[in-house]
Design a protein around this ligand. Structure first.
Ligand code: ATP
Length: 260
């Protein structure tokens, strides 16, 4: 095992004009972990994830993957180094099958040219890998179907299979359970835990705290851009600073509703 944590966030700050979206945040993720990154709305979670993938550039601080500084690397280079991001919005290509969507993701990790990836879809190796990833996320029986006819629960699993097709060392999940009913959310959370148990390190942003507490071994909590707590889930949720961050956001939401 490497001497470095798989991911190290060191004093990362992200400013958007006058707004401090992420304020001097540091934490590490060890190889094999399933870490929950939580916090109320606007806490800076998605911005933190985007700073890791390279979609936004930190104003200061650094992001290290296995000890290598990522700041100067473009997004596609970071993917080749082992990062994959699965986003809240699911946007598969609707004109091709689920399996081809995953095969295209597998092909895209090997080329800088998205059109080249399209042409490579028929590669037998990538199609076989796509089938395996669909099996891993429990939708192999739908491999030949079009995404256009599938419910959100299936599309979320497809999105996960596409991220896995990049063979990531670190999988970043941004609200994978959003929009699912409780049974679907429970099932997808189980799948995420299984993928982690198979050796993929996961950082999970999620508002469904019940599922987060069920599957994560460690939490990092952000509020107003700052890290306010970190550690074992039950102990973290018992901290007054965490409770008041969540209660404060509920109170704000109620006030907004009252004024609406
Ligand atoms: N591209 C951007 N330009 C300007 N401000 C931004 C941008 N992206 C995010 N912000 C602001 O940064 C702050 C943190 O937003 P972010 O989306 O990271 O929070 P979050 O914790 O992911 O919230 P949520 O749980 O609601 O998705 C918010 O005040 C948001 O409005």
């Amino acid at each position: 095992m490497s001497a470095h944590p798989l991911l190290a966030i060191e004093s990362v700050t992200v400013r958007f004009g006058g707004l401090l979206a992420v304020d001097d945040v540091s934490f590490t993720v060890a190889e094999g972990e399933l870490l929950g990154l939580i916090g109320p709305n606007g806490a800076g979670k998605t911005t933190m994830l985007r700073a890791i993938t390279g979609v936004v550039r930190p104003t200061s601080g650094q992001v290290l993957l296995d000890g290598k500084r990522l700041n100067e690397h473009a997004i596609n280079e970071r993917i080749r180094m082992g990062l994959a991001l699965s986003q809240q919005l699911v946007r598969p290509l609707r004109g091709i099958s689920l399996q081809d969507n995953v095969a295209m993701a597998a092909a895209s990790s090997k080329t800088r040219r998205p059109l080249g990836a399209l042409l490579q879809v028929s590669d037998a190796h990538e199609l076989a890998q796509a089938r395996q990833e669909l099996e891993r996320v429990g939708i192999a029986h739908l491999a030949e179907q079009s995404p256009a006819t599938q419910p959100l629960g299936v599309l979320k699993r497809l999105e996960l299979a596409r991220a896995l097709a990049l063979k990531p060392r670190l999988l970043l999940l941004d609200e994978p359970l959003a929009g699912l009913n409780s049974k679907e959310a429970h099932g997808l959370a189980d799948t995420i835990a299984e993928i982690n148990a198979q050796g993929v390190t996961v950082v999970l942003i999620e508002h469904n705290l019940g599922e987060v507490l069920r599957i994560c071994r460690r939490l990092v909590v952000l509020d107003n851009g700052r890290k306010i707590a970190e550690g074992e889930p039950q102990a973290v949720m018992a901290q007054p600073v965490v409770r008041s961050a969540y209660l404060g956001s509920e109170t704000r939401a109620e006030e907004e509703a009252d004024h609406a």
